[in-house]
Design a protein around this ligand. Structure first.
Ligand SMILES: O=C(O)CCC(=O)C(=O)O
Ligand SMILES: [Fe+2]
Length: 215
């Protein structure tokens, strides 16, 4: 057998289109555009570092109770498909806005500071104007490529991937350990309302002793 043999394991992504429906998603987009008008700050990595070579976008707090309610409704199916249990978790999320030239390099959502290890499930819900006013901006999720021997770690050259379009009113779920990136966005108008909007977050393990939401 070749010493270069690898196991290639596709990473499961649950994707749902038309997630909130036309009216609710339009209202959420309007709120996202308004939120992007003020109060957003450069997105960070490792908790609090702004590193434009790794990540270039703007982020801020955002309330989307209708999105959380809809996530709750599909959660059991998502847990089953991804093989995670989200009992006793709480959401942590915000708004990420990508405009011309913005991107997020390859990373895991478990990177960096301690709290990230409490993330059990990643969700990303996308919003944009019609027709889609930007190009690029796919979510690229890498397959796992494990060498058959145990004497070396996987090489990046061995990785394959799948791109997921950030289509308006679609949502993806995946495990936070998945390697992924946001491909560079091209948004020639540069207008705020033409951005790639994502409500992005995690279901996180509650600190010990907290009261469980689901009883
Ligand atoms: O916007 C996306 O498609 C993914 C964003 C992301 O990976 C993150 O914020 O950790
Ligand atoms: Fe991420």
């Amino acid at each position: 057998m070749s010493a270069d043999a690898v196991w290639r394991l596709p990473v499961t992504v649950c994707r749902i289109t038309g997630f909130l429906g036309e009216r609710t998603s339009a209202a959420l987009l309007e709120r996202a555009v308004t939120a992007a008008g003020g109060g957003l700050t450069p997105s960070t990595v490792d908790g609090d570092k702004v590193i434009p070579a790794v990540r270039r976008s703007r982020s801020g707090g955002f309330a989307a109770p209708e999105l959380l309610a809809a996530i709750d409704e599909v959660l059991e199916a998502v847990e089953h498909t991804l093989g995670v249990s989200c009992r006793d978790t709480e959401p942590s999320y915000g708004l990420n806005v990508h405009n011309d030239g913005d991107f997020y390099g390859v990373h895991q959502d478990t990177d960096g500071v301690g709290y990230a290890s409490d993330r059990l499930l990643t969700f990303v819900y996308y919003l944009h104007g019609t027709p889609r006013p930007f190009q690029g901006g796919a979510l690229r999720v890498f397959d796992v490529a494990l060498p058959l021997g145990t004497d070396r770690v996987g090489r990046w050259e061995d990785r394959t991937w799948r791109d997921w379009e950030p289509e308006h009113d679609s949502i993806v779920f995946f495990r936070p350990t998945a390697w992924h990136q946001v491909r560079e966005v091209s948004c020639p108008s540069g207008r705020r309302e033409d951005s790639r909007f994502a409500v992005n977050g995690w279901l996180c393990r509650r600190p010990d002793g907290a009261v469980a939401r689901h009883g």
